[in-house]
Design a protein around this ligand. Structure first.
Ligand code: FES
Length: 119
């Protein structure tokens, strides 16, 4: 019998959870309304967004066909995937286009101007 793997499980750059707080950059370097790609030391990636001064991190992988969500356009708290337009709420990872296609979120903390993500 053939089994199907969730698309969320095929993100090759999804960080493995380690309960580790990782400093990834300076808050001043990510302007409001913009996203950025976070490259971790082990080659894994996340998408980071500044929504009105609040920072959010999600997988950098669209569950539709794998586009890097950090490259999408941010409208309020929703990022629109560059490739085919699926939209995701970066605050909770919910897909606004296909509700069963969520992406994982990662806690972000700002400490002394540094962005720290809990991996
Ligand atoms: S890859 Fe994101 S909408 Fe198709």
């Amino acid at each position: 019998m053939k089994t199907f793997q969730s698309r969320l499980d095929i993100n090759p750059k999804k960080p493995v959870r380690k309960n580790l707080l990782v400093t990834v950059g300076r808050a001043a370097d990510v302007p409001e309304g913009r996203g950025a790609t976070v490259e971790l030391a082990d080659g894994k990636e996340l998408a980071l967004y500044n929504v009105g001064g609040e920072f959010y991190a999600i997988e950098n992988f669209c569950p539709h066909r794998g586009a890097p969500l950090a490259d999408g356009e941010l409208h309020g708290s929703a990022v629109r995937c560059d490739w085919h337009g699926w939209r995701f709420d970066v605050r909770n990872g919910r897909c606004l286009t296909k509700p069963d296609s969520t992406v994982e979120t990662y806690e972000v903390r700002i400490e002394d101007g540094s962005i720290k993500i809990l991996i």
